[in-house]
Write a new protein. Structure first.
Length: 319
């Protein structure tokens, strides 16, 4: 029998969280299910409502720290509770808690260590604004390109993690975690599977987590960029360095040819100076990439040590 912890990061969700908690099944097959609410500094009665609705565990931040921080705290706490599987679900009611059984099935059958809901594989979500669909496609294509794997939805928060995947997660983003988790776990060789599930968007729904789409987009891009820098430094620094170096060489060759054939430098002097800068800049980025790659190897060793320490500590607590 496995222990399943369903964690719900919440910020000012007193109107909807009770229904979500009550709809979560407390037993799936023979596996026990418990609910953990992470109240990220709500100014309303989210914590009190959650407890009254039957949440077995709760964490409350004294101020709003961001979804990424709330998610990490939930994962750490769920592991301390001895979770074999950790399910993350939003508090606003757009996901059906009864779908948890379908979400965790690939983990129970050892087909994957992280399972995420996709809203676009078989059908389109109802009432989802066009701008959100467009943004989702752009971010999903970007993460797919970075990881080298094809995904259809990398923003959905309805996910399940095995204990192994949760122990290996090492995230830094404060604002969100959704795309960073893909990049981090793919880099560590964790098997990820998408499961198509129905998601309902209420027309009056307003996200208390992401806020304005422009703010969400810029902050998410920053998190993705840092995650790519840490996991793929040669791509992050090497590719732009290579492009800069080639452009500099081409510009320099053209300026040199112009001088050889016309014996004047005035029309191409600026081009020559720019070319020298691009060559030096490209070489500098390449050196940065090599240094970052060396740091990545050190970081990978440290993460492996951290993973083993967390695993050993967890074994002691579960005994």
């Amino acid at each position: 029998m496995k222990k399943i912890i369903v964690q719900i990061p919440a910020y000012n969700e007193e109107a909807t969280i009770a229904r979500v908690i009550k709809d979560i099944p407390r037993k799936i097959n023979s596996h026990k299910v418990e609910v953990l609410v992470i109240d990220d500094g709500s100014s309303d009665k989210t914590s009190q409502v959650s407890k009254s609705a039957g949440a077995e565990h709760g964490i409350r931040n004294h101020r709003n720290l961001g979804l990424g921080v709330a998610f990490r705290k939930g994962i750490e706490y769920a592991l301390k509770l001895g979770a074999d599987i950790i399910v993350n679900i939003d508090a606003d009611g757009q996901f059906n808690p009864k779908d948890i059984e379908h979400l965790i099935k690939p983990i129970l059958e050892n087909e994957a260590d992280m399972v995420t809901t996709t809203r676009f594989l078989n059908k389109k979500p109802k009432n989802m604004p066009y701008i959100k669909k467009w943004g989702n496609r752009r971010f999903t294509n970007l993460v797919s390109r970075i990881t080298g794997q094809k995904f259809t939805d990398t923003q959905c928060g309805f996910r399940a993690y095995s204990r192994e995947a949760a122990l290996k997660l090492n995230l830094f983003g404060k604002f969100t975690y959704t795309q960073e988790a893909f990049i981090d776990l793919v880099e560590k060789g964790v098997q990820i599977k998408e499961v198509p599930l129905e998601v309902v968007y209420h027309k009056e729904r307003k996200s208390n987590i992401s806020g304005k789409l422009s703010r969400y987009g810029f902050k998410s891009l920053g998190i993705i960029a840092r995650a790519t820098r840490d996991t793929q430094p040669m791509t992050f620094f090497g590719f732009p360095g290579f492009v800069s170096f080639i452009l500099g060489c081409l510009g320099g060759l053209y300026a040199f040819y112009f001088w050889l054939t016309r014996h004047v430098t005035t029309p191409v002097r600026m081009l020559f100076n720019l070319s020298v800068f691009l060559v030096i800049f490209g070489i500098s980025l390449a050196v940065l990439g090599l240094l970052a790659d060396m740091m990545k190897r050190i970081s990978s060793t440290q993460e492996e040590i951290l993973y083993r320490l967390k695993k050993d500590d967890l074994k002691e607590k579960i005994k």
